[in-house]
Design a protein around this ligand. Structure first.
Ligand SMILES: *[C@@H]1O[C@H](CO)[C@@H](O)[C@H](O)[C@H]1NC(C)=O
Ligand SMILES: *[C@@H]1O[C@H](CO)[C@@H](O)[C@H](O)[C@H]1NC(C)=O
Ligand SMILES: *[C@@H]1O[C@H](CO)[C@@H](O)[C@H](O)[C@H]1NC(C)=O
Ligand SMILES: *[C@@H]1O[C@H](CO)[C@@H](O)[C@H](O)[C@H]1NC(C)=O
Ligand SMILES: *[C@@H]1O[C@H](CO)[C@@H](O)[C@H](O)[C@H]1NC(C)=O
Ligand SMILES: *[C@@H]1O[C@H](CO)[C@@H](O)[C@H](O)[C@H]1NC(C)=O
Ligand SMILES: *[C@@H]1O[C@H](CO)[C@@H](O)[C@H](O)[C@H]1NC(C)=O
Length: 422
């Protein structure tokens, strides 16, 4: 009797633990999420909630980490996919990818083997993925702890000014291919690349083949629909957050993976999808229901409150691309003017190639055109994705679209091969 019970408990435990780990978590269509457990159009995707390392190794690629310290003391890590295992001998051009706010390296790894990072490795590049300061755990600053206010005293400005320079130095040290680096930024990742290329001009001219921007963000006249709505409350939000002594913002809770049971229920997926569209732009019919859980449940990286305040200051200033506003006396001290100065985009001398979508609410066509007009280097280009304008790409389509290879990657590759190789 006791024996039977023990065996039953044993079987039950095995059955249960298996079913918990391998429970379906993605479905082909939105309506399939209604009966996710028993629907044959649903399956288990281990990438949901997984880390970049887990995703990269799971898809069979080599994964390296490279530590470095920035001039202002942040201890950070670059991820690298050095080759694709099949052709380890070819001379590979380094490409450094800067993801979006909260996304980090996962920006380029959301969609399994359709992801940009893998496409680029397969096409013969040496792929490096940036982790924004603040996004890793452990001892990540020489002098500060993550609970210190000083630790979170940065925006995309410092990420561009300090982090990119240190990352490029690291890649240059590994420069076995004798080729210049391509710097690719998505969304806020692109903002950081402009800061670097403007304020570290000589360094950029020495090391970069050029900049590729996907869903570029500089001016915010029309962009930042959601931010714009929050902008008038910036000061209020700031004082509120400061009072709570909260300097970091984790867009969702860290460690999604621990929550093995977590799944998006039907109402949650419908709600998340409409919320997403509110932020990124209308559904262009390029979103796959099966990709949404990875996107929503990926480990989002924390960011500083100051980053959001910087964006909202720009929105409040009529969409200017400008330095952080510290208030009159500190501005006078830092900038020799009472207002924060605008960033001078004509300082960028390396080639810049912009790719934008007509349905992108965070990187609006009007603001991208303004950015393009402000760039004064000899080699620049502006491309609407998709080129035939058959659909209106929103912000999320640039990392998730069903036909992303044909509509985006092939176009990027053509630009890189024709304009930035060698
Ligand atoms: C799914 O199937 C299992 C057994 O195979 C059953 O116990 C469960 O009630 C079903 N769930 C739904 C929602 O139909
Ligand atoms: C690199 O940084 C990570 C994360 O901070 C840390 O765990 C690891 O020990 C570091 N490795 C080296 C070689 O410094
Ligand atoms: C790579 O290069 C090494 C030495 O140059 C050579 O021995 C090896 O066969 C090459 N491998 C491939 C897959 O071409
Ligand atoms: C991606 O992997 C799936 C199997 O998981 C395979 O069916 C598909 O052909 C692969 N796609 C690419 C672009 O490699
Ligand atoms: C944050 O950085 C600014 C500019 O470097 C500096 O003036 C300010 O004192 C710093 N604030 C804190 C709390 O460290
Ligand atoms: C790599 O080395 C070559 C010369 O050996 C140099 O011309 C090139 O600029 C270097 N690339 C980077 C990114 O430092
Ligand atoms: C911006 O930079 C360019 C190139 O260095 C310079 O010619 C121009 O005067 C600068 N504009 C402003 C407003 O500082």
């Amino acid at each position: 009797m006791l024996k039977t019970a023990t065996i039953l408990v044993f079987i039950f435990t095995i059955f249960f633990s298996l079913s918990e780990c391998q429970k379906n978590n993605v479905c082909k269509n939105i309506k399939d999420y209604l009966d996710i457990d028993n629907n044959t159009d649903c399956w288990y995707n281990p990438d949901v909630g997984a880390s970049p390392e887990e995703i990269i190794t799971r898809w069979g690629y080599p994964f390296e980490t490279h530590n470095f310290t920035t001039e202002d003391g942040y201890i950070n890590v670059l991820y690298r996919i050095p080759h694709d295992n099949t052709d380890t001998n070819i001379t590979r051009q380094p490409i450094l990818l800067h993801g979006g706010l909260g996304g980090g390296p996962l920006t380029f790894l959301y969609i399994g083997n359709r992801s940009l990072a893998f496409f680029l490795v397969d096409e013969g590049f040496d792929v490096w993925l940036s982790n924004r300061r603040g996004s890793l755990n452990g001892k990540v600053h020489r002098d500060y702890e993550k609970t210190d206010e000083q630790f979170w005293n940065f925006t995309f400005h410092e990420c561009g000014f300090y982090d990119i320079k240190a990352e490029i130095n690291l890649i240059a040290d590994e420069n076995t291919s004798h080729k210049k680096i391509i710097l690719l930024g998505f969304s806020m990742g692109s903002t950081e690349t402009y800061i670097y290329a403007m304020l570290r001009k000589k360094h950029a001219n020495n090391h970069l083949a050029g900049i590729i921007s996907i869903s570029p963000i500089a001016f915010m006249t029309r962009s930042g629909g959601v931010i714009a709505k929050l902008a008038p409350f910036a000061t209020l939000i700031e004082s509120f957050l400061r009072k709570g002594n909260l300097h970091a913002l984790a867009l969702t809770e860290e460690g999604a993976k621990e929550d093995e049971n977590f799944r998006l229920s039907f109402p949650k997926i419908v709600f998340s999808k409409s919320f997403l569209e509110f932020i990124v732009g209308k559904d262009s019919s390029q979103t796959e229901a099966a990709d949404l859980p990875v996107y929503f449940r990926s480990k989002t990286t924390p960011t500083s409150i100051k980053t959001l305040i910087h964006f909202s200051q720009e929105v409040n200033a009529g969409g200017q691309f400008q330095y952080y506003d510290y208030g009159i006396s500190k501005n006078l001290n830092l900038y020799k003017s009472i207002h924060p100065p605008p960033y001078n985009l004509s300082k960028i001398r390396v080639p810049v190639h912009l790719f934008y979508g007509e349905g992108d609410r965070l990187s609006s066509e009007q603001d991208v055109l303004k950015l393009y007009d402000s760039l004064t280097m000899k080699k620049k280009s502006l491309t609407c994705i998709p080129e035939d304008k058959s659909v209106r790409f929103n912000h999320a389509d640039f990392t998730l679209a069903r036909d992303i290879k044909e509509l985006l990657y092939e176009v990027l590759l053509k630009t890189i091969r024709e304009k930035l190789s060698g």
